[in-house]
Design a protein around this ligand. Sequence first.
Ligand SMILES: [Zn+2]
Length: 95
Amino acid sequence: MNIHEFQKLMRRIYYHRDSKRGTTRTFEWLVEEVQELGEALKERNAKALEGEFADVLAWLASLANVVNIDLERAATIKYDGKCPKCRQVPCNCSV
Ligand SMILES: [Zn+2]
């Protein structure tokens, strides 16, 4: 399954709820899932971590569906084989 297919799956399963919930509350759910991912990272529980990564991706796809953004298209336009800032591989930005 690629990113586009995953986003379409999330649309089939959740769009009826996501669209009613709206952008702000769907974003808040995404933030909550990111926080749960942060907690799982501290616990170093591999199974919990895997589940939290999946949840973050699912909520990101749900939010993208609510605002009609094609995640795969957005990602491949911005990250077209190199760092979008320094245009190099690997990234050579000073951080
Ligand atoms: Zn860079």
